[in-house]
Design a protein around this ligand. Structure first.
Ligand code: MLT
Length: 268
């Protein structure tokens, strides 16, 4: 189905990973960029960025399992099985030597992809993301979240989306945040639970990032409340990953989209 957003044509597509329908959008032509969204987001987060980058690239924006219009996988969600799903889609689409761009949780999937299929990655771009595993206190927070969702999924989603923005951003972008919240409320409780468990149980991929031989970039927010800048600076030094800093919080794609697009144009 052909759809027009910002005057750029993109195509809504479905592929079946084992028995799971996975929805994705394809746009543009040229070297491929595969975009993986974060927690409580969907492929729609990339629309503004894709509209610009699709002028010179083939863009694939995937709804990860349990988000957007994609169904859940039959098995427990892990960064590894989501990465394997992405790989099967690339085989189907005959895309090689890709740029893999992941926002936050999408970056965790991108790192698992880099570990499993390093030969397929030409460039890796982590956006407000990290190779580090959850700390003990973060794992405890995830476990608390799991029990809240069982009782009230919608209240959890509203709170979790709010927590992605700092105070200044909440004042500046109330409508966009509301839109994001409304979209996220369509996520099923099982989708949210599966993603939280996958994030909690993901492994440390610092060494994987260090050893990846492709071009590697990390875009960090100077005021990211989820992934503190100091930790990302240390990670970039440890792993020899080029660091770019945007004066934003965790949701740079929404609060600083023009700056982010300009930065990405320089990278890809
Ligand atoms: C995300 O934005 O994908 C999540 O907040 C990442 C996380 O909770 O680790």
């Amino acid at each position: 189905m052909a759809i027009f957003a910002n005057k750029v044509q993109y195509t809504k597509m479905i592929f079946h990973y084992h028995n799971t329908p996975i929805h994705y959008h394809k746009q543009g032509s040229g070297p491929a960029i595969v975009m993986l969204h974060g927690f409580l987001e969907s492929s729609s987060m990339w629309q503004k960025i894709a509209a610009v980058l699709a002028k010179e690239h083939t863009i694939l924006m995937i709804d990860l399992p349990g988000f957007g219009e994609s169904s859940m996988l039959e098995k427990r969600h892990t960064m590894e099985n989501m990465a394997t799903m992405v790989c099967e889609l690339l085989v189907l689409e005959k895309l090689y030597d890709i740029t893999l761009l992941g926002h936050s949780m999408g970056g965790y999937v991108a790192l698992a992809f880099g570990e499993l299929f390093p030969e397929k990655v030409g460039k890796l771009v982590l956006l407000n993301s990290s190779a580090s595993p959850d700390s003990i206190s973060r794992k405890e927070n995830r476990n608390r979240a799991l029990s809240i969702i069982d009782r009230n999924k919608d209240a959890f989603i509203a709170m979790a989306i709010g927590n992605l923005f700092n105070a200044e951003e909440k004042v500046k972008h109330p409508l966009a945040i509301k839109g994001l919240k409304n979209e996220a409320l369509h996520t099923s409780a099982n989708g949210v639970l599966a993603a939280i468990k996958a994030m909690r149980d993901r492994k440390d991929r610092t060494a994987i990032l260090k050893n990846l031989s492709c071009e590697k970039h990390i875009i960090a927010g100077s005021n990211d409340l989820i992934l503190p800048l100091e930790d990302i600076i240390t990670l970039s030094k440890q792993t020899k990953t080029t660091l770019h800093i945007i004066h934003s919080g965790h949701m740079s794609w929404l609060t600083h989209s023009s700056e982010l697009v300009a930065l990405l144009q320089g990278i890809v």
